[in-house]
Design a protein around this ligand. Structure first.
Ligand code: NDP
Length: 297
């Protein structure tokens, strides 16, 4: 078998097209423009690249982008004062603080400062709790993107066995909750899981969110399974330089799976698309308007 390669880049472009259409309607029918505020502390080069990409895609779909760059030694009080200002600003519907932050700041405490209704990264405990109890939440962008790819690929997920490898608050846990919400039978695997290959072999859906290059190999995969590779790992190329690979060994897994996401070009592009979608959703919820169809959990 040779797996279908799930083109996350193309699908994300379709999602952005839907968002742009929704944004245009919000402007023409209600005079409202969604606004996303991104806060960057310090000068981490990778974070600067992400923040630039987010700002560009935000304006491309017709939304307002507000970038706040703070020095690496900014005090906790100054950062929290900015977040409080953004919480109160009616032009700002989504707030994202780019992580990692310098060591003197605490990520959990920062997220707790954000109004849960504007927490477009879905990291606030209120949103984690709402998701876990099956209520309307702001859902973390990467798992939301994975869910959209799966629904698009498979239609109904009801009754399928899903194995999520990784249990982080950012990816693994919300992913498990979303799959449960779509009536999958979910197994959460992690570093202490015994005989992981055997656990994965039972899965119709495999989500790998670990951070270990090419860990999942073809002999772990049930024939025809759908594989979503969240991992982003930089490895050395034999000829020199580096390249990005996922947590899944693409070549061996693609021979057995029914469908598989590549790295890059799979989950990654969906993450920013879902950030934009969440910002539109936040505006709609704040104003009692219809939420964009197909762009929420
Ligand atoms: P974390 O480091 O927070 O979590 C990794 C998880 O993997 C942990 O739960 C850990 O288990 C588990 N794990 C580690 N080693 C093993 C192992 N040998 N077997 C099974 N499980 C293991 O990472 P994140 O969830 O934040 O990210 C995961 C990956 O996804 C990273 O490569 C990251 O770069 C990527 N990522 C990609 C995004 C995208 O847009 N494409 C967005 C976010 C992340 P335990 O809890 O027991 O320690």
């Amino acid at each position: 078998m040779s797996a279908t390669v799930i083109d996350g880049k193309a699908f994300a472009a379709t999602v952005r097209g839907k968002i742009a259409a929704h944004v245009a309607r919000l402007k023409s029918d209600h005079g409202l423009t969604p606004g996303l505020a991104v806060v960057l502390v310090g000068e981490d080069p990778a974070s600067q690249v992400y923040v630039r990409a987010k700002g560009k895609q935000t304006t491309e779909v017709g939304m307002n982008s507000f970038e706040h760059k703070l020095p690496a030694d900014v005090s906790k009080d100054e950062l929290y004062a900015l977040i409080a200002k953004l919480n109160a600003d009616p032009a700002v519907h989504g707030i994202l603080v780019q992580f990692p932050v310098p060591d003197h700041l605490n990520e959990t405490d920062i997220v707790a400062q954000i109004d849960p209704a504007k927490d477009v990264d879905g990291l606030h405990v209120v949103n984690a709790g709402l998701l876990a109890s099956g209520q309307r939440a702001m859902v973390s962008c990467t798992p939301l993107g994975c869910l959209m790819l799966l629904r698009n690929q498979l239609g109904s997920l009801s009754g399928l066995n899903a194995v999520v490898i990784g249990r982080s608050n950012l990816v693994g846990k919300p992913m498990g909750q979303l799959l449960l919400g779509d009536s999958c039978t979910v197994t959460m695997a992690h570093s202490r899981t015994r005989d992981l290959p055997d656990v994965v072999r039972r899965a119709d859906i495999v989500i790998a969110a670990v951070g270990r290059a090419k860990m999942v190999t073809g002999d772990w995969i049930k024939p025809g399974a759908t594989i979503i590779d969240v991992g982003i790992n930089r490895i050395e190329k034999p000829e020199g330089g580096t390249r990005l690979v996922g947590d899944v060994d693409f070549d061996s897994c693609a021979k057995v799976a029914g469908a598989i996401t590549p790295v890059p070009g799979g989950v990654g592009p969906m993450t920013i698309a879902c950030l934009l979608a969440n910002t539109v959703t936040a505006l709609c919820r704040a104003n009692g308007l219809d939420e964009p169809e197909g762009l929420t959990a």
